[in-house]
Design a protein around this ligand. Structure first.
Ligand code: CTP
Length: 397
């Protein structure tokens, strides 16, 4: 029987979790309630056991526990973890890997989609630490149902009230529906910058963080795809479920893509590949006196263009980083590189794009289709991109 785990932490809105539980049950799902010890002080676990027909889990070391290692066994059984309401404390624990009660330990064992509905006082929701924790979790593919009148950009108006239970249920069911939409498919994604070394100390690179490519990889994995992620140097945690191939230079990225291209049906190139490199990297540090007035550069291989030339039936997606004339230049790249879709973003805009959790894009496809997004988290944008790809790529026979 399909199961949803419902984590409940100690917000005053804890009573609304019963409605969330009921909503999932009405849609045909069994619900396993998990209360934090503090939530169990606000409301009796017995209420949730009665509603769900399953014994509510509160303690990690419970002698009555049916499972040998309960958090691991349950993590394998469920299709989705929903945490509603989620306090600032549970968000912080999830974001930092603290595992000191059943719910936070369980979160670390879960390899399925996670949906969080926070509820807290406005000042706490807007605190920069809470914002950072939410950003961290989003970057790992965790999804949020925003508090009722608040939005993630924490400077905006927001009360921090738990979202409407019906909305939480709707979002959970939507995640479950798309859960297997890419199963059986292999996707190849490039992410991050590349580094072109002049000598062992100096290199040429760019401001890309890898966040967009990582969000795309996390989303594809959550939809059941086999994900091959070729990424340049980035300090970010790799998304769970992706096969990670780490590279440094554009030439290494090109070789890694060539070697795995045949396996993939969908190829998404989000990497910010250096367009130029040095003719050769010196083995030792070049002295200032040896440097001369200019440094010679040679072009790197255009990995995406090469992919476009041998794409056969693959669905090929590129990105266009532009500072002016966004649409026209992106459309030129779409054509020149033989792509199916290009995601164009204006990298001159403040607070979005390079090295940010947020982005805003125009999706342009070969059929003349065009869709402009508002400023979104990179996880949200990646969902829009995958929705587009899924509705346009040839369905798997
Ligand atoms: N790309 C690539 N290999 C390169 C350069 C770019 O695969 N050597 C890919 C990027 O991953 C991206 C797309 O091409 O998906 C467009 O990258 P962008 O930097 O916007 O454009 P360029 O083709 O490099 O052209 P220009 O710098 O002149 O805008």
């Amino acid at each position: 029987m399909p199961v949803i785990a419902l984590g409940v932490s100690s917000s005053i809105s804890v009573y609304k979790a019963c409605e969330v539980l009921r909503g999932f049950q009405k849609a045909g799902w069994a619900v396993q309630p998990i209360l934090t010890p503090n939530a169990a002080r606000l409301v009796s676990p017995f209420l949730f056991s009665t509603l769900s027909g399953r014994r509510t889990i509160v303690e990690t070391f419970d002698e009555d526990q049916e499972w040998s290692v309960a958090h691991v066994a349950l993590a394998k059984e469920i299709d989705l973890l929903v945490v509603a309401p989620a306090t600032a404390n549970i968000l912080a624990k999830f974001a930092h890997g603290v595992a000191d009660d059943f719910l936070s330990t369980f979160y670390l064992a879960v390899r399925k989609p996670v949906l969080i509905a926070p509820a807290m006082n406005t000042a706490m929701w807007r605190h920069s630490q809470t914002c950072a924790n939410v950003g961290r979790l989003r970057a790992r593919g965790v999804e949020f149902v925003e508090p009722a009148s608040g939005y993630l950009a924490c400077g905006e108006e927001g009360e921090g009230r738990l979202a409407d239970p019906a909305l939480i249920v709707e979002r959970g069911l939507e995640i479950l529906r798309r859960g297997h939409s890419l199963s059986g498919r292999t996707v190849l994604i490039t992410a991050g910058p590349t580094r072109e070394y002049l000598d062992p100390i100096r290199y040429l690179s760019n401001r890309s963080s890898g966040r967009m490519g990582f969000a795309l990889a996390a989303e594809a994995a959550a939809r059941g795809a086999r994900v091959i992620l070729v990424c340049g140097p980035t300090p970010l945690d790799p998304p769970p479920g992706a096969e990670l191939v780490r590279v440094v230079t554009a030439a290494e990225m090109a070789a890694a893509v060539r070697a795995r291209f045949d396996d993939a049906e969908i190829v998404v190139m989000a990497a910010a590949v250096a367009d130029f490199t040095f003719p050769a990297a010196a083995a030792r540090k070049i002295k200032k006196s040896e440097m001369g007035e200019s440094i010679a550069l040679v072009p790197t291989v255009d990995i995406l263009k090469e992919a476009g030339a041998r794409k056969a039936g693959r669905y090929l997606v590129g990105f266009a980083a532009e500072t002016e004339d966004l649409r026209r230049r992106a459309l030129l790249k779409l054509k020149e590189k033989n792509l199916d879709l290009i995601v164009a973003n204006d990298v001159s805009a403040e607070g979005i794009g390079f090295d940010s959790d947020f982005n805003k894009a125009v999706l342009l496809d070969t059929d003349g289709g065009e869709a402009e997004t508002p400023v979104l988290s990179k996880s949200e944008l990646s969902r829009i991109i995958w929705n587009h790809i899924e509705s346009h790529a040839v369905p798997k026979s």
